[in-house]
Design a protein around this ligand. Structure first.
Ligand SMILES: C[S@@+](CC[C@H](N)C(=O)[O-])C[C@H]1O[C@@H](n2cnc3c(N)ncnc32)[C@H](O)[C@@H]1O
Length: 220
């Protein structure tokens, strides 16, 4: 199955002053979804969530893959400009997205307990010092797109620690990582929580060695 990359030409240089411009890490996430397209449609997911939607490219791709008749696509971002861009990207691609301006899943987390069928996260994964992480999370602007603190994993680990409480019985998470995040350690960590975790794509993009981990409750 070959799915079109969402249209993003409505986003301007000015938008990209504040919103993460889709790059190789965004595209590897789309490629992972495309690779699993038959699996994803066969599972008939109803509750789909993207944390940190940025431009909205991945939520739009997922929405176009699944259709909005049976699947609800919720996205979150701490950056108001990203939430606005996500709405515009949905509209430009004839789909409706539902961005929420919040930290990770904070206002909806309890309501989503064991309810998420598909969870996407291309997190701020770049290793930085703790101070940069804290300042960019407080600033809620473009810097929050990459600053990830120690091992680039501080924000990601908050989500991974809660993952067993978030995924539905058939739930699947797609997580973008770089080698500095120690993907093999993430796999072991997820297995220790009783989840199944596999690297499904790995690719070098300039200086970054990117991969997408697929994490699920059940064997796929
Ligand atoms: C690497 S960018 C990915 C953007 C988009 N998903 C993509 O793949 O192109 C990370 C995104 O996560 C958002 N983000 C960072 N910290 C967050 C937090 N605590 N809660 C929600 N979103 C966050 C950033 O604002 C940014 O839009």
């Amino acid at each position: 199955m070959s799915l079109p990359t969402p249209y993003i030409a409505h986003l301007t240089e000015d938008d990209y002053e504040h919103v993460y411009e889709p790059a190789e890490d965004s595209f590897i996430l789309l490629d992972a979804l495309e690779l699993d397209a038959d699996l994803l449609t066969s599972k008939k997911p109803t509750i789909c969530v993207e944390i940190g939607s940025g431009s909205g490219i991945a939520s739009t791709f997922l929405s176009n893959l699944l259709g909005t008749d049976n699947s609800l696509i919720i996205s979150t971002d701490i950056n108001v400009h990203a939430c606005q861009a996500t709405i515009r990207t949905g509209e430009a691609n004839n789909t409706t997205l539902n961005p929420i301006l919040c930290n990770l899943l904070s206002p909806i987390q309890n309501r989503l307990e064991r309810q998420i069928d598909i969870l996407l996260f291309n997190p701020p994964y770049v290793p930085t010092d703790l101070d940069e992480l804290i300042q960019t999370q407080i600033g809620k602007d473009i810097g929050g797109s990459w600053a990830g603190g120690n091992d680039g994993m501080i924000v990601t680990n908050i989500v991974l620690d809660r993952l067993p409480d978030l995924l539905s019985t058939n739930g699947i998470m797609y997580l973008v990582t770089v080698i500095q995040n120690k993907p093999l350690q993430i796999i072991k960590n997820m297995e220790s929580k009783g989840l199944i975790c596999k690297e499904i794509i790995k690719r070098r993009a300039g200086r970054e060695l990117l991969s997408v981990l697929r994490i699920s409750r059940n064997t796929i």
